[in-house]
Design a binder for this molecule. Structure first.
Ligand SMILES: NC(=O)C1=CN([C@@H]2O[C@H](COP(=O)(O)OP(=O)(O)OC[C@H]3O[C@@H](n4cnc5c(N)ncnc54)[C@H](O)[C@@H]3O)[C@@H](O)[C@H]2O)C=CC1
Ligand SMILES: O=C(O)[C@H]1O[C@H](OP(=O)(O)OP(=O)(O)OC[C@H]2O[C@@H](n3ccc(=O)[nH]c3=O)[C@H](O)[C@@H]2O)[C@H](O)[C@@H](O)[C@@H]1O
Length: 463
């Protein structure tokens, strides 16, 4: 069993994943390193940089015992047996592959640092989501640095979802570990596997070759996102025909070949990975000379963009194409509930489009900070913008509003006193439920004009 683990990158994946590995392996010293001092300070405090239900308890149990967070990147790498690379791999914003390829500069930097400071053989684990064949690229980089030590590369993609990270880590559907089919490669895979065997049943630890493992991660995200785009495409047809997308989703989901999960129609999927990983897949298909395959997957992202634009168009048309100067309450800014993460949140593009229409936005999210919302909307957080008011209370947000747009499915939005909200709003009082969270019958009875995703405006079924 390896005694020292280092994880480079204390983000949404590195932090929670290593906290659970440390909790379950008290004999292994796990150190998470990052160049971002604020993040490391956060991980060493009571207010973790990542909001995730149950995470603080896990961190508190292991922190200082066998879990450490530090900016001492090189020293930690030097002493580790296994090094997880869990840095960001965003979409490239320049040069070849701009707008679709993954930017591997952070991963490459890690590899060069490892090769430079290593004083013993290392197992390097790709925890970041990377394009298929990245291990080959890493081997070249490591070799080019001329180290006298051996490096074994293992692919161990992460499948946790934000908001449920601890549940997902505690009880994963599978842990995927890919490695070289040599005896050294197999030993490295076994070593990484031993960390998970502390709590994951062996039959859920799947080992494959390196390339299958790398490609499975992109494929899993592409399939998940494809389901959402598929049901969202049907939601548009439901709105024209008075079919109800929730009823359709339930009907098709009961077919065990289709399955019931990931069929919730919404204002669009967000998060740091679905779009970037599909675009990466699209780039790879083009790169490997498969333009038809690239086009097929590109449509999943295009459908998502269409869904976000369509939501704003529906607001505009219900409000007679004029929201200029009118107050709109925005309920939720995070890309999903139970996270403070706003990366690629559909709320960003919806709010930007509404601002283009000169609406005044009164935004409430229980976990996202004002500065983050301002930055996401391209505003300077130090200058108050009267068009974007960040509220600390949903009842305050709706005062004198013409409409509410529900953009994140926070549980608390379903529990609010909508009679009180109705009284505080201007009439006609619209609600655009981008998550199908609210109860149509009840709201319509109060007097709201309710517009749900994938339901004609007269539909009240299911609840
Ligand atoms: N966010 C998620 O739910 C999931 C993300 N992933 C993948 O995991 C990877 C990481 O994602 P997140 O944790 O969300 O990213 P993140 O942006 O939250 O964290 C990455 C961290 O790496 C640090 N970093 C970058 N270069 C560094 C270097 N050279 N030395 C030390 N630290 C460095 C950054 O400062 C940052 O704190 C990505 O490839 C992502 O696609 C995979 C599964 C789930
Ligand atoms: O690679 C990653 O980053 C991760 O991406 C997703 O996890 P995450 O983005 O955190 O959250 P999801 O629960 O997948 O939700 C993504 C988006 O899809 C939306 N969604 C999800 C499900 C659904 O039925 N409908 C729907 O609109 C969510 O609201 C959210 O905006 C995958 O679920 C994880 O397995 C994967 O590890």
């Amino acid at each position: 069993m390896p005694k020292k683990v280092c994880c480079i990158g204390a983000g949404y994946v590195g932090g929670p994943t290593m906290a659970v590995i440390a909790q379950k392996n008290p004999d292994v010293k796990v150190t998470v390193v990052d160049i971002n001092e604020d993040r490391i300070q956060g991980w060493n405090s009571e207010e973790l940089p990542v909001f995730e239900p149950g995470l603080l308890e896990v961190v508190k149990e292991a922190r200082g015992r066998n879990l450490f967070f530090t900016t001492a990147v090189e020293a930690t790498i030097a002493e580790a047996d296994i090094i997880f690379v869990s840095v960001n791999t965003p979409t490239k914003e320049f040069g070849v592959g701009k707008g679709s390829a993954a930017n591997l500069m952070y991963v490459e930097k890690c590899a060069r640092t490892i090769a430079r400071v290593a004083q013993s053989n290392k197992i390097i684990v790709e925890k970041s989501t990377v394009p298929v064949r990245t291990a080959e690229f890493l081997k070249q980089i490591l070799h080019a640095e001329g180290s006298k030590h051996q490096f074994e590369i293992v692919s161990n993609p992460e499948f946790l979802a934000e908001g449920t990270a601890i549940v997902d880590l505690n009880n994963p559907d599978r842990v995927l570990i890919g490695g070289d089919q040599t005896s050294e490669g197999k030993a490295a895979v076994a070593s990484v596997s031993s960390l998970y065997e502390a709590w994951v049943p062996k039959d859920r630890i799947l080992t494959t070759n390196l390339w299958s493992s790398e490609l499975s991660k992109l494929t899993a995200n592409a399939f998940l996102a494809q389901r959402i785009s598929s049901i969202n495409s049907i939601s548009a047809l439901c709105e024209r025909t008075d079919a109800d997308v929730e009823e359709v989703g339930r009907a098709i989901g009961m077919d065990s070949r289709i399955g019931s999960k990931f069929l919730r129609s919404s204002v669009g999927f967000g998060g740091s990975c679905f779009q970037k990983d599909i675009l990466n897949l699209v780039y790879l298909c083009d790169f490997f000379g498969l333009p038809e395959v690239a086009d097929y997957w590109r449509k999943v992202v295009e459908m998502n963009n269409y869904q976000k634009r369509r939501f704003v168009r529906r607001i505009m048309s219900a409000m007679f194409n004029t929201v200029s100067g009118r107050n709109l309450a925005i309920f939720g800014f995070a890309f999903k509930k139970d996270t403070n993460d706003t990366r690629e949140s559909p709320a960003i593009s919806v709010c930007r489009d509404l601002l283009d229409e000169q609406a005044v936005l009164r935004i409430y999210d229980p976990r996202v900070k004002k500065a983050q919302i301002y930055r996401d909307l391209g505003l300077d957080p130090s200058i108050e913008d009267p068009r974007v008011q960040i509220m600390s209370d949903p009842y305050q947000a709706v005062q004198a509003c013409d409409a509410i747009a529900v953009l994140t499915e926070w549980d608390e939005f379903a529990e609010l006193d909508y009679e009180r909200i109705f009284d505080a709003m201007r009439k006609p009082a619209h609600i655009f439920d981008g998550r199908n969270l609210l109860k149509p019958k009840k709201l319509k009875k109060i007097g709201f004009s309710l517009h749900s995703i994938g339901k004609g405006d007269s539909a009240t079924s299911l609840r």
